[in-house]
Design a protein around this ligand. Structure first.
Ligand code: KG4
Ligand code: ZN
Length: 329
């Protein structure tokens, strides 16, 4: 079974061809960092226009690289939300047009489900149910992944997402855009114990997250002029890691039996986060699974893979399926 996947919910335009045996035949991705950098964040209108320009050529290039035609594809999957609505509409409408023209089934994929199932694309042995820490630019959740389309949300953030906190910290430290990798780079030269920062909600019984107070503390630390950007970046990153670990520890204790602790989403590309989660998993005697870095940040292979899993389960969508800015998993 061969699936074409399209992703356009934020600032990456991507197309991929993935087989149900986990072979990635082609993956084409065009980032938009340069276009958004002058504004210090993603500008939705600029993103949507760039998706319009890039998506069809990337899909064509993916087909060419894989040496297949649209006719050889079994289904077309696209992110249908949540995300910046202009971009989501571009991807979904493109998928609908291709599905209609080639008489192929359409699979409307929840972007979060793409992240949630992506570890199974990289790891054939990862079986349901697993505990997932989903940490991206827009979301910070703990989920029990029980099967395709079967998710139990154990916790979410009451304010900012973890990636958002990285992005805002980078911006106020003048480290540039995109923020997560910039903070991680700056942190290498810093002391993670230098700046006293809060660990919001650490120790509370429910495994929810909060990062707004941490962001305000970073702002105060930066304004005080007492510490270098490197020390603030390292201390901030350590505070985020401590929050993620404490909250995940609580969820591990309250979730049912799981086959693995799994991390996904853009922040899963952070090596301090990965390292600390690996240690936590080892302490709890549970397997730790993290996708390769390129599969953590937004991409189309995870959308094609989620499409493959849904298609195999008989889940397809009508051509009038809506694009959704908000869509809880
Ligand atoms: O999953 P993703 O690519 O897009 C969303 O669905 O949001 O996640 C993007 C987020 C951004 O906030 C970015 O700063 C963060 O992931 N990120 C990182 C790293 N790489 C990306 N955060 C910390 N360390 C990184 N290395
Ligand atoms: Zn994402």
């Amino acid at each position: 079974m061969l699936i074409l996947g399209l992703e356009s919910s934020c600032d990456e335009t991507a197309a991929a061809l993935v087989r149900d045996d986990r072979t990635i035949l082609a993956h084409k991705l065009a980032g938009q960092e340069a276009a958004h950098r002058p504004y210090g964040g993603v500008v939705p209108e600029i993103a949507a226009r760039a998706h319009v320009e890039m998506l069809a050529p990337l899909a064509e290039a993916a087909l060419a690289e894989a040496g297949v035609r649209l006719d050889d594809v079994d289904a077309i999957a696209a992110t249908a939300g949540p995300g910046l609505i202009g971009g989501v509409m571009v991807g979904l409408v493109t998928a609908k047009a291709l599905a209609l023209a080639a008489s192929k089934p359409l699979v409307a994929v929840n972007h979060l489900e793409g992240h949630a199932l992506s570890p199974r694309l990289a790891d054939p042995d990862l079986a349901f149910p697993y505990l997932l820490l989903l940490v991206s630019g827009g979301h910070c959740q703990l989920l029990e992944v029980r099967g395709v389309g079967d998710y139990r949300r154990l916790a979410t953030t009451i304010d900012d997402a973890a990636g958002e906190a990285f992005d805002k910290t980078a911006k106020l430290l003048g480290l540039g855009f995109p923020g997560g990798p910039a903070v991680e780079r700056a942190a290498i030269a810093g002391d993670p114990r230098a700046v006293p920062l809060p660990r919001p909600l650490v120790g509370s019984r429910e495994p929810h997250f909060s990062f707004a107070g941490l962001k305000s503390a970073v702002l105060r630390a930066a304004d005080s002029g007492r510490w270098s950007a490197a020390d603030i970046a390292a201390s901030f990153q350590q505070a985020v890691v401590d929050c993620l670990i404490d909250r995940t520890r609580i969820a591990l204790a309250s979730a049912g039996p799981v086959t693995a602790l799994v991390v996904a989403g853009g922040v899963a590309a952070n090596s301090a986060v990965r390292g600390a989660l690996a240690t936590l998993a080892a302490r709890h005697g549970v397997r730790f699974v993290a996708p390769p870095l390129w599969l953590c940040t937004d991409n189309a292979a995870m959308i094609a893979w989620a499409g493959a899993e849904r298609f195999a389960a008989g889940l397809t969508d009508p051509l009038d399926v809506p694009a959704r800015a908000r869509w809880p998993l």
